[in-house]
Design a protein around this ligand. Structure first.
Ligand SMILES: O=C(O)c1cc(C(=O)O)oc(=O)c1
Length: 310
């Protein structure tokens, strides 16, 4: 079934809609598991997409996200502001509030954000801001503006989520290592998994984490990073094998600083749309023991997003 975009919007040409009717995962998530990276899109008629966006998605509402959460067996979500909404956080905030405490959020803000707005976001459940350096997704924001924002949100106990491509890490290193908060890297800093896992590019990322104990990583998005597959479709139980050594390395080296998320509704995939149930079945390949799974899915996200419950 083709999904629609409501309001005065037309999906980007070639847009792949999120997968309908995902499998029930075979992997039994631990009680209290958190999907620590997912998004809501619109619906456009209610929460318009931002004029500066680089893509227009199909709608993906909070009700659809919560249904997926329950189907897969997650207890909670961390809803990350998607770039198609720019710095208009209303859809994400509305979803957090509607979740009844089962979702926390990561916002995108500009320097012009007021302290009162930040406090209101905190009350709605926001615990971090996202700085995006992926050029196909956002226009450039000066680093001094980002550093000023980081200084302000640090006072609220929030963290910074960073999204960048592996080739850009050397240039961004000084900025990232000067951030005054916990820093969470999206999707392992997007390694090129056709390169060796013990090669210089991924080693730089591991060094980034090793030398900076405030840096965490989401070991998410194998469907984005995989080059040779196989895809998480049609019951595949060994999907995205080429990504496994990279994610496993991060989980084993930094078990207390990793998070996992579905990345539903998977913006901008070009090749295929994964079955989210089978994506959950990817987890035991990268976190093979019950202890690692509990840290990745429960203890770590709870410490970062619901510390008051610890
Ligand atoms: O690689 C991407 O296209 C992508 C985009 C977004 C976003 O538009 O916010 O978020 C993600 O986590 C990944």
């Amino acid at each position: 079934m083709s999904r629609t975009t409501s309001g005065d919007f037309q999906k980007t040409s070639g847009w792949l809609d999120w997968f309908d009717g995902p499998a029930k995962p075979r992997f039994q998530l631990p009680a209290g598991a958190v999907d620590a990276h997912c998004h809501v899109f619109g619906p456009g008629a209610e929460f318009p997409y931002a004029p500066e966006r680089k893509y227009t998605p199909c709608d993906a509402s909070k009700a659809q996200l919560f249904a997926l959460r329950d189907h897969l067996g997650f207890a909670r979500n961390v809803i990350v502001q998607a770039t198609c909404h720019g710095a208009d956080n209303r859809a994400m905030l509305d979803a957090c509030v509607a979740s009844g405490g089962k979702a926390r959020g990561v916002a995108t803000v500009r320097r012009s954000v007021t302290d009162a707005e930040l406090l209101a976001m905190h009350a709605a459940g926001v615990r971090g801001v996202r700085f995006n350096f992926v050029k196909r997704l956002v226009d450039f924001t000066p680093k001094d503006e980002l550093m000023e924002i980081a200084g302000r949100i640090a006072q609220l106990g929030w963290h910074v989520v960073i999204y960048f491509e592996a080739v850009d890490l050397p240039e961004l290193w000084d900025f990232f290592t000067a951030l005054p908060t916990t820093v969470v890297v999206d999707h392992m800093g997007r390694p090129d998994v056709s390169k060796p896992v013990d090669g210089p590019e991924f080693e730089l990322f591991l060094r980034f984490m090793r030398e900076h104990s405030n840096v965490w990583s989401k070991v998410s998005c194998p469907e984005r990073l995989s080059v040779t597959g196989p895809k998480a479709l049609e019951g595949e139980q060994a999907a995205y094998r080429d990504v496994v050594p990279f994610a496993q390395r991060v989980v084993q080296a930094f078990p207390d600083r990793v998070l996992w998320g579905t990345d539903w509704p998977h913006p901008n995939l070009k090749d295929h749309m994964p079955d989210d149930g089978l994506l959950v079945d990817f987890i035991p390949h990268i976190a093979p023991t019950a202890e690692l799974q509990h840290k990745l899915l429960v203890a770590n996200p709870m410490r970062l997003y619901w510390p008051e419950e610890q």
